[in-house]
Write a protein that binds this ligand. Structure first.
Ligand SMILES: Nc1ncnc2c1ncn2[C@@H]1O[C@H](COP(=O)(O)OP(=O)(O)OP(=O)(O)O)[C@@H](O)[C@H]1O
Ligand SMILES: [Mg+2]
Length: 756
């Protein structure tokens, strides 16, 4: 049976109830979502039928309805009028199913469509409406789903006093605990198993999430033994989950296979596009999923993470030796050499980056370990490209023509992550364009993130929506949680929460870019802003032979950082944008500026410091030279230096502002005005030594010319360097900015012509 997890209502074609019988059509309730049913299966479930097939189908749907943690919520009845007859009738109660797992909700809805409606659930019992007859089943115990067992089970007592354990879970975990095939029923059992296996393969090749259902009768003795152990385990204060797991294994064995389900887990809107953009931005995306391998591959194909042209390296080992051999073979086959650990300041970075920028179509090149992912609802984990080791150059050449996809399952990861095979996996993984880890447990997801974190200096970002993504989200440098239908655990553990995967594109390419540019610039600017002031004071101390006198009042020194220059810094730090969000989304490669550390690096830092030195010298010596033959007092000089440094740092900032808006003007020019106001106020207080200085100074043009000359002379080298750089060595961002400006002008001209 296969059904849609998210689109049950869209698929609505006929109500479940029509299909069963007249009694049901008179029901006082109806499910909120209606599901398309298979008439053949409905016919098989007909009450009057007897026989093994009917019993098996009955038990299958009973398990679907009972073995879950879904809570039915009924909305109240109301009276309505039937217009054709003018009669009052009671509208049926609508049952909505709420639960943490969307898969379970879909399965319960499906069971309801086939006449097995879950009506009520408490911790002690469940009520199921079976073809119009309500049956109350006592729940003796429930072993919740966990990612280690990959299954869940419920023990129920039926009205006829029989006790059954109903189990559902991943195929890999259920097939291991099925009853051994006995001689008499060998043909039938193996037939059923083969058929189920075929169906499972078929479903997973279509990208459906599969589950297997099984059950068995419990004898009184077994029940008693289990119940005692269950009671002990569930009230235990230490190692409760391990004890419960052990207890579950008492009954989760010798099961009879009931059947399999396939649920379509549709990708959210915009996932392939978002992945493509992240890829172009130079971000590598790996997919870590708990799904079956075939399902994961199929989803990888549907979100264009994998393509049919890719060479798939599949690592499915069941022992350490086997995994070692598989990894070694893969490395030998594709000529992959050891990578070693990567260091952040590697000189190879530049080469690789230039490789990237030269290639127009991102699909045409293999970026270092360009492993980009499927995502969807279950997005996994990505890490930013950084630098690459020396050997990479050779490897790029060898893998250029063969796009590699590494597909590895959880079983192999057990041997690889816990043993000494981590370096082998790392070498192979970073050489592949895509890495897809399937059937991985939550801790393994965290282990894979840790593998990258411990071996490279790359930034890691983990994104996920379920409880099984929590450890990965916590392990990564940046954790993003998607608030979806799978509960809020991922969101609670994350640094950023979002509604859909595609918003990640905006978060990284737009906000990430802006943030990087702003922070990078502000770090440099703040070094400069403080250093230029301190250096100016330093020159004064040198000139006065370390006399401990001061030219600036204490107030000026304090106000410089707190009032005179702080507001523009904050405004620019929050509001400045080098490029519009449209441009950034359109050209994801602009995100590469961050990878190349264009906004903040050692070279820029030292250039800024040299510039600061020059500016501080101009700042100090120009007034000194201008007033060399005068009898000006030291407080007047201090006043001039104060205002000159404030004007200088603000004009310096103004030169770098990319986006001028009203608030930037107010903050920047307002700061200079406020400085003047403060100086006037401070110079008007008779108790201060600087009393009345500004009134004297401002009367002479030399004062104003000094400020002008300082600003022009101090900023001249910087200005020239900027002009030269923009003319001869423009950055990607510069080119995109010019493009934006030209477009805007072009549009302006067009609209002028239009209005003319
Ligand atoms: N509520 C459940 N009851 C029984 N089995 C389940 C349940 N939820 C998941 N499973 C089975 O356990 C497997 C692992 O589940 P897990 O939650 O770790 O990953 P996933 O949901 O498949 O993938 P993802 O990593 O994308 O969340 C699933 O593939 C499924 O077969
Ligand atoms: Mg899940």
């Amino acid at each position: 049976m296969h059904l849609h997890r998210r689109a049950a209502s869209v698929e609505a074609q006929c109500t479940s109830l029509d299909a069963t019988s007249d009694t049901i059509s008179r029901q006082r309730w109806k499910p909120k979502t209606v599901v398309k049913v298979d008439p053949e299966l409905v016919a098989l479930l007909h009450k009057e039928l007897v026989g093994e097939e009917r019993i098996a189908a009955h038990e299958f749907f009973l398990t679907l309805a009972a073995c879950n943690t879904v809570i039915p919520i009924k909305t109240g009845k109301r009276l309505s009028t039937d217009l054709s007859f003018g009669e009052f009738y009671e509208e049926p109660v609508v049952i909505d199913y709420q639960g943490e797992s969307p898969d379970e909700q879909a399965l319960v809805c499906a069971a309801s469509a086939y006449g097995y409606t879950l009506m009520e659930r408490t911790s002690g019992h469940i009520v199921i409406d079976i073809h119009g007859e309500e049956q109350r089943l006592d729940v003796l115990g429930l072993h919740e789903f966990d990612s280690v067992r990959k299954r869940m089970s419920v023990v129920v007592r039926f009205p006829d006093d029989s006790v059954k354990v109903l189990v559902k879970g991943a195929d890999s975990s259920i097939f291991n605990i099925l009853a051994e095939v006995t001689d008499q029923r060998e043909d039938q059992s193996t037939g059923i198993r083969c058929a189920t296996q075929n169906h499972l393969n078929e479903y997973s090749l279509q990208g459906l999430r599969t589950l297997v259902l099984a059950s068995r009768d419990l004898s009184e003795m077994e029940l008693e033994e289990w119940f005692q152990s269950y009671q002990e385990a569930s009230t235990s204060l230490t190692e409760r989950s391990a004890k419960l797991r052990q207890t579950a294994s008492l009954i989760e064995c010798n099961l009879n296979l009931l059947g399999a389900t396939g649920i379509e887990d549709r990708l959210q809107d915009g996932v392939p596009e978002a992945i493509e953009s992240l890829r172009q931005a130079g971000i590598k995306v790996w997919v870590l999923t708990g799904d079956k391998q075939e399902t994961a591959i199929s989803i990888g194909l549907s979100c264009k993470l994998l393509t049919h042209h890719m060479q798939q390296i599949i690592i499915n080992g069941s022992s350490e030796e086997e995994c070692k051999n598989l990894l070694a073979d893969a490395k030998a086959n594709y000529g992959i050499k050891p990578q070693g650990c990567r260091s952040k300041n590697s000189k190879w970075k530049k080469n690789i980056d230039s490789d990237q920028t030269e290639v127009e179509n991102p699909n045409d090149y293999v970026t270092p370990g360009s492993t980009f992912p499927k995502t969807g609802l279950h997005l996994r984990y990505s890490f930013d490209t950084e630098d690459l080791p020396e050997q990479y150059g050779a490897k790029v050449a060898s893998t250029m023509n063969q796009q590699l996809a590494l597909i590895i399952d959880g079983n192999s990861l057990v041997y690889i992550l816990e043993k000494d095979l981590q370096p082998e996996l790392f070498d192979l993984a970073v050489s592949c364009r895509v890495v897809l880890c399937c059937r991985v447990a939550p801790l393994q997801k965290a282990g894979v993130v840790d593998l990258i974190k411990s071996r490279t200096n790359d930034m890691t970002l983990a994104i996920g929506d379920g409880a099984n993504d929590v450890s990965m989200i916590q392990m990564a440098d940046v954790g993003v949680g998607i608030c979806g239908q799978e509960g809020r655990q991922a969101v609670m553990a994350s640094d950023f929460a979002m509604g859909q995967f595609r918003f990640l594109k905006r978060l990284l390419l737009v906000h990430g870019h802006w943030n990087y540019q702003r922070v990078g610039y502000l770090v440099l600017y703040n070094f400069y802003r403080n250093a230029v002031f301190v250096m100016m004071l330093f020159w004064y101390i040198l000139c006065t032979a370390f006399s401990t006198t001061s030219a600036l009042t204490d107030w000026s020194s304090v106000f410089y950082s707190v009032i005179y220059t702080s507001v523009p810094t904050i405004v620019v730090g929050i509001l400045d944008k080098d490029l519009s969000h449209r441009t950034l989304l359109r050209y994801p490669k602009l995100y590469g500026a961050g990878h190349r550390q264009e906004s903040y690096n050692m070279r820029l830092f030292w250039l800024t410091m040299i510039d600061t030195l020059w500016q501080s010298l101009v700042l100090f010596y120009v007034p000194l030279f201008a007033y060399r033959n005068s009898t000006i007092d030291i407080w007047s000089m201090g006043s001039l230096w104060t205002i000159a440094v404030v004007v200088l740092v603000n004009v310096h900032l103004a030169m770098d502002i990319q986006r001028w808006i009203l608030i930037t003007h107010i903050a920047l020019w307002g700061s200079i005005v406020i400085t003047y106001i403060c100086l006037v106020v401070l110079d008007s207080i008779p108790d201060f030594p600087n009393y009345w200085t500004i009134y004297h100074l401002a009367l002479f043009p030399t004062y104003w010319l000094n400020i002008l000359l300082i600003t022009v002379l101090a900023l001249l080298p910087r200005f020239l360097l900027k002009v030269l750089q923009q003319m001869f060595w423009p950055s990607d961002i510069q080119i995109a900015r010019e493009n934006e400006i030209l477009k805007r002008r072009h549009l302006g001209v067009k609209s002028d012509e239009g209005s003319g």
